[in-house]
Design a protein around this ligand. Structure first.
Ligand code: ZN
Length: 480
């Protein structure tokens, strides 16, 4: 007997070479049968997926659920967008837990703790001991590893390199938003800062965050910058990467004494011809160039103009702001470019969304399918299979026998998510959120910390991840 039969959809499972009309039988949260036709009397419930694409659940390697990103709305935004699993890249961990407990929507979430000068380490060049303690504490508290916030709150080069070495040594995960304290602020979030990051990462595993952001055309044309960025990724297989599909960037909107708190915000403003300070930010919002993330009920939206400025003021600037800084060409190339072996140069399509309402994997990703930029199996590869393998989630990213029944059902004509299913439970259907609670993906070390917060842990062994083992082929991953 099945708990649920998903009937008549077009199933695409890259790992298991499935691409056609199949029924799925689900029991105890797992896929137990995949066949052209399952006898419907064997199911407690039947989900009619005729005319829909049935895909392994979307896994987003880069989202934000912290308060500055309107984290209370993050899970609702994501589940409505078809995301089943996501990594909060930067936390902070306590805010991540707060929102996971109070505003869960039936997702699987992991968190990388931020390493931020004068927030959880002293100054921009903390000692190896201090960094080591932060890594240990973060793992014990349930994080998978750390995030370096180079584009906003950079560490010194020396401390950046140490953080890369130590996370790898301690077998923790690391995501790096390029940029160091030594860089002139005009260099942050440019191709030059990416080149520096690639050098600092040499010989170690690092996830390079939102690589499209280094090809915004600030030092050369977007095309030339893309070719260089993608060339560096190809030449450095120790780097894992994701790129998103939104025109808008996102950065902290906080100002102190008339100055921007984050250096990244200044770069976005200067791209619109505004000054790199509070005055420029205010004018940018008034003019409609800068969008402010606003909580609207249980979800978030972007607002601008006078309304946006009032909201920014009412929140003392403690909100994220977004500017249209990403050229379509860079988004397209980062999503679709392959090397001569046919491997995608950028591993995954992410969103850098969550609380910032740009959870566009399904809406824009399926547009790329319609534009022949990706086939459906390639879409699955970049939005579920690769992210699962990179994290070591070997029961996710595919829908073979015994896999977690994490499923995103997409309406291919509308290009929109239709249902989000987490281990057989329907978390979103037709835009209505049904999911509650949060499952936290953590290491064995962090299990107790997750339980102490009343959340369900899902243990991942990073030793089995591509991140620590290097990329393996599909067959090897199935057998592992
Ligand atoms: Zn981000």
């Amino acid at each position: 007997m099945f708990d649920l039969i998903i009937r008549g959809g077009h199933l695409v499972d890259y790992q298991n070479n499935v691409n056609g009309t199949f029924d799925l039988g689900i029991a105890d949260g797992q896929v137990v049968e995949v066949s052209p036709e399952i006898d419907l009397t064997r199911g407690q419930r039947v989900f009619d997926a005729a005319g829909k694409m049935v895909l392994p659940g979307i896994i987003d390697l880069h989202v934000h659920t912290g308060f500055v990103c309107k984290g209370r709305t993050a899970m609702n935004n994501m589940v409505k967008a078809g995301t089943v699993t996501a990594v909060d890249v930067g936390g902070p961990l306590e805010e991540f837990y707060d929102n996971a407990v109070s505003h869960g929507a039936g997702l699987n979430m992991a968190c990388l703790q931020m390493i931020r000068p004068d927030y959880n380490v002293k100054g921009v060049n903390p000692s190896p001991q201090e960094i080591g303690v932060l890594i240990d504490k973060s793992l014990e508290n349930g994080a998978l590893g750390l995030k370096i916030l180079g584009g906003h709150y950079p560490l010194a080069r020396e401390a950046t390199r140490r953080t890369i070495e130590l996370t790898n040594k301690k077998r923790a995960y690391l995501t790096f938003h390029a940029g160091t304290a030594e860089s002139d602020e005009t260099v942050l979030n440019t191709l030059d800062s990416f080149k520096e990051a690639v050098e600092l990462a040499e010989g170690f595993s690092v996830q390079m965050a939102h690589v499209n952001a280094y090809a915004r055309g600030r030092t050369a044309s977007p095309l030339e910058e893309c070719i260089e960025t993608l060339g560096l990724l190809e030449a450095n297989p120790n780097l894992f990467s994701e790129a998103y599909l939104a025109q808008f960037s996102g950065a902290p909107g906080r100002c102190v004494d008339g100055q921007l708190e984050s250096k990244g915000t200044g770069n976005s403003l200067s791209m619109g011809g505004y000054s790199r300070d509070e005055k420029g930010l205010r004018q940018g919002i008034l003019d409609g160039f800068v969008l402010v993330t606003c909580e609207l009920g249980e979800e978030s939206v972007l607002i601008t103009g006078k309304e946006g400025l009032e909201y920014w003021e009412a929140n003392n600037g403690d909100v994220t702001v977004s500017c249209p800084t990403n050229p379509a060409l860079s988004l397209f190339l980062c999503a679709t470019r392959k090397n001569t072996d046919g491997r995608f140069v950028v591993d995954a399509i992410s969103t850098d969304g969550g609380g910032i309402p740009r959870n566009f994997i399904v809406t824009k990703g399926t547009a790329l399918v319609r534009l022949y930029g990706l086939t459906w199996p390639e879409f699955v590869m970049k939005t579920s299979y690769h992210p699962a393998r990179i994290l070591g989630l070997n029961n996710k990213g595919h829908l073979g026998h015994g896999a977690d029944a994490d499923i995103t059902i997409v309406d291919p004509l509308a290009g929109r998510p239709y249902a989000t299913i987490n281990r057989g439970k329907i978390a979103m259907l037709g835009g209505v959120i049904l999911g509650t609670g949060t499952t936290v993906i953590t290491t064995a070390q962090g299990k107790d910390a997750v339980k102490r917060r009343g959340l369900a842990p899902y243990i991942v062994d990073l030793e089995r991840s591509w991140f620590l083992r290097g990329r393996q082929d599909a067959k090897a991953a199935t057998e592992a």
